[in-house]
Structures are given as C-alpha cells and as structure tokens.
Design a binder for this molecule. Structure first.
Ligand code: NAD
Length: 476
C-alpha cells in the first residue's frame, strides 16, 4: 500500500467513526473494549485505566504531528478558564489567593513545553564505520499522575501537556479535597483534546477521587509509570511500588542573604516569592537565613514591601496558633497573612502579604518543616559558611530548591555546589526560577526525589535505540 492509499483509508475511517458514533471513540475502540463506558470520568479506577490504555494506542497511531494541535487547544481552553479555576480552587480548598492562582494557571498554559521538547538523534557510520544508529524517545504508555491540592488546575494543564506530548495517556488521581476544580479542569481539557481530533479518554479519572486508587494503580499491570506530586508520604509509598516512579516531593527551600547582597532588592524579591499564593508552592522561600551585618537593614526593608516584622512575643503567639501537637495546623495552610495574624490576636492590614519573625532556634517547627503559609522564620548567622551549613540542613537533602542573594560569585558557586538542589535561584524570587518556552519551560512536577528534576515531556519518555549493521552509512 502506498502512502496515498493509507491516507485515504484513514480519512474514510475517521468519517465512518464520526457517522457511526458521533462523539464516541469510534468502532475500533468499542470493539476492543466493549464494556468501557463513556469517560473520561469513570465509576472505578480499573475502567479508567482500561480506557486510558486503549486511548494511548490510538493516540500514538495518529503520529507525532497531531500532538502539536492538541497541545495548542489545551493551552487555549486553559487560558480561557484560568480565572474560573482560580476562583473554584480557592473556594474549594480554602488555600491561596485568586489573583495568584490566575497567574499560576496562565503560566502553566503558556510556558509548558510541548512535543517540540522531544529529540531524535541519529548517528551515521557507527558499528565500526559500517552502520547507523537512531536514538528516539518513546512513550511509557499509561501514566498514573497523583496531584496535590495546592496546585490543582495547573497540574492538570501542565501534566496533561507534558505527558501526552511524549505520547502517553494519563490516569489522574486528584486530591479528594480539590475534587471539584481538578475534575472540572480535567473535563474541559479532555474536551479540548477530543475537539482537536485526539482520542477520547486520553486523560481519565474517577468520578469520586479516592486515595485507595493510588495503591490499585501501583499494583496494576497496565500502569507503566507513577508520577507522584505531593508530600513525603505519597512519594515514599510510590517509590516502594516497584514501578518506574517520578517522585516530586516536598521542598523546604532556604533563602540565604549575605553581606554583599543588594538588600533592598533581596527584601522585595523575598516578599514576592514567599507570599505568592500564600506560600503553598513547594519551591517558595520557606526559611530565611541572613548574615548578621545586614540583618537589621533587611528587616527594615521588609517593612517597605507590605511585610510585617513580628516581635518575639508576637512570633510566639503565631507559633502557638499554627503548631498543633507538634505539627503545622493544616487548617491554616494557605490562609492570608492577615487572617493568621488576627487569629493570633495581632493587628494586621487586610492586604498584608507576608510576616517575618526572627528566631535563634534552628529546630523551630516552621524552620524544619514547610509551613505552606505566608509566615517566614528568619535565622541570623555570624558567617557565610554557617549560613550554608544551616541551609543544607533545613533543605533535608530533598534536592528541591534553594535561593541566594549575594554579589560574590565564589560564594554563589560554593552555595550551589554544597546545597545540591534541583534549582538554585540567584538574586531573584523563587518564582523567577521557572523557565519559559525558549528556556526549559515551566515545571509543576519537580522530581528532586528521583532525579528527573524540572520535568518536561522528555522526562516521560523511554530512550530507545535502533542500530543497523552493514548499511545506512550512506555518506562515504
Ligand atoms: P498531599 O501529600 O497531602 O497529597 C498529594 C497527593 O497524594 C494527593 O492526590 C493525595 O490524595 C495523595 N495522597 C496523600 N497521601 C496518600 C496516601 N497515603 N495514599 C494515597 N494517596 C495519598 O499533599 P498536598 O497537600 O496535596 O500538596 C502539598 C505537598 O505537595 C507539599 O509537600 C508540596 O511541597 C508538595 N508538592 C511538590 C511539588 C513538586 O514538584 N515537588 C509540587 C507541588 C506540591
């Protein structure tokens, strides 16, 4: 059969499918999976997996070029729904700020890399000058993507784009407390995929998110990869599953300010980073470490940037409020700064972005654990080396994110080498560390635990080689 005949057959098949079963995945799909009900939200996880498996096969048969149009369609609907999803997310989860969540949704839509991230490499004259080698990036198949409640809509936008750009289908396992917004985003993105010519059920989930689904996926023969984005518990469980896992766990990013830094800029950038969406992103400034000679100046600059510096007594009141039974109170995570301060009996203006308090206790719970709220502890150190040592300790080797404000390149280099995180941000807020479409792309699944780092489509591919001996070295 030559190429024209193949094309004609494909067109006829498409037309028949539309006529026979408008809006369905087509007769081939129905024959091989007759008992799969219409998705993408299924009664149980097994059916969601079966449907995604079938869809993945159909998707790769469409060829890589088809992915570009589908990704563009996802980006378009995501931008159109950015504000709506921001509002529902705040309403449902009680976390974060609508204006910041709109930015998150837009960034996820505009800056996530698509199929252009995949790369085929070809080498001629290998095999002792007598052959050729092609290295390509193949999909895994069906991915189970566990998503956090802190970024529900951006995760659907970003994870869908990066995973399907690599040719996979995705079974999403949303956080039950972010069900409404996550499933709304999933349905709208799914419709965009289908409207752009993609197969139904390329992304699926269950009507009722349930954490038990994660263990079913981890043991299921048709799940080829687990992508776990969330706190330490779920990443640990996933890594014990025996399957290929991308583990994107917690961060506790330290920000170190030395005595050579531009202090006014450092204060501005730290407030912007640590207050964004009320500090619920994993990569935000969670612990501030400052060298003694510039500490007062930094505290003074905070006051000019809509940030309240708490005195020792106020800091104790906030600590008593947010620490419950040795843990950070989940009910206060993601709340506005003014809400937390007022509950602690401290006056605060309603639009306050951040509160900072000084502590000399390295073991303070808000120093050791990600607080996920706009309250930033600050440790003062006597030397740069002491600051680096503490930064490494509080980062807990999560290999996530670290920030430094300094103009001394030797110190910046030393910090980056010692802390060994996926991302080191220099002289800017943590939120400046994301790439754009020309520089690495925006990543919402930072896999520090398993080493893939800031994930893009290529992170969800298997490398495959085709090697030919004795021919195809066509240039003499
Ligand atoms: P979480 O750990 O409570 O939940 C994350 C996901 O795991 C949810 O879908 C939840 O339902 C599931 N889950 C949790 N415990 C489970 C269990 N025992 N069995 C099965 N499923 C389980 O986290 P969260 O509050 O939704 O999100 C915040 C956390 O995620 C923070 O720790 C943050 O740092 C981290 N995070 C990391 C990244 C990254 O890229 N590394 C990105 C976003 C969030």
């Amino acid at each position: 059969m030559d190429i024209d005949e193949k094309l004609i057959e494909q067109i006829v098949r498409n037309v028949i499918e539309k006529v026979v079963s408008p809006g369905s995945a087509g007769p081939g799909f129905q024959t091989s999976a007759a008992n799969i009900k219409k998705g993408p939200l299924f009664d149980n996880i097994e059916t969601a997996i079966a449907a995604a498996k079938e869809a993945q096969k159909r998707f790769v048969d469409m060829g890589r070029d088809a992915r570009y149009g589908i990704v563009e369609a996802i980006k378009k609907v995501s931008l159109a729904n950015a504000e709506k999803w921001a509002k529902i997310a705040v309403e449902e989860t009680g976390m974060g700020r609508v204006e910041d969540k709109i930015v998150k949704n837009i960034v996820a839509a505009e800056r996530t890399l698509g199929p252009e991230d995949l790369e085929i490499k070809s080498y001629s004259r290998c095999c002792m000058d007598n052959g050729a080698l092609t290295v390509d990036m193949a999909p895994y198949g069906v991915i189970a993507a566990i998503t956090p409640m802190t970024n529900p809509a951006p995760m659907i936008i970003n994870n869908t784009i990066i995973m399907i750009s690599a040719g996979n289908s995705v079974v999403f396992l949303p956080h039950p407390s972010a069900k409404k917004v996550t499933l709304d985003a999933l349905l709208i993105v799914h419709k965009a995929i289908v409207d752009a010519g993609g197969p139904e059920n390329l992304i699926t989930s269950t009507q009722e998110p349930n954490i038990k689904n994660a263990s079913i996926c981890m043991a299921h023969k048709d799940i080829d990869l687990i992508c776990a984005t969330g706190g330490p518990a779920i990443v640990e469980i996933a890594m014990k599953s025996g399957k290929k896992v991308l583990g994107a766990g917690p961060g506790n990013p330290p920000v170190l300010v030395d005595d050579t830094a531009d202090i006014a800029r450092a204060a501005r950038e730290i407030v912007a980073g640590a207050s964004f969406d009320n500090n619920i992103l994993c990569n935000e400034e969670k612990v501030l470490i400052c060298m003694r000679p510039v500490a007062d100046k930094l505290l003074n600059e905070f006051g000019k940037n809509n940030c309240q510096v708490l005195n020792a007594e106020e800091a104790q009141r906030v600590t008593n409020l947010v620490v419950k039974n040795g843990e950070i109170d989940k009910k206060l995570m993601g709340k506005n700064c003014a809400v937390i301060l007022k509950q602690a009996g401290i006056n605060a203006k309603d639009d306050l972005r951040l509160a900072v308090f000084v502590t000399n206790d390295e073991m303070h719970l808000l120093v050791q654990h990600e607080q996920l709220m706009p309250i930033l502890p600050m440790l003062i150190v006597n030397s740069f080396e002491e600051g680096v040592r503490i930064a490494c300790r509080v980062e807990h080797n999560f290999k996530h994110t670290a920030i430094i404000h300094s103009t001394n390149i030797e110190r910046i280099t030393y910090y980056a080498q010692e802390i060994n995180t996926t991302t080191v941000q220099v002289n800017g807020s943590s939120q400046r560390s994301g790439g754009d479409l020309h520089n690495g792309g925006s990543s919402w699944t930072i896999a520090g635990a398993t080493g893939e780092g800031c994930t893009t489509p290529r992170s969800f591919t298997r490398q495959r080689r085709l090697s030919i001996y004795g021919s195809m070295n066509f240039v003499k």
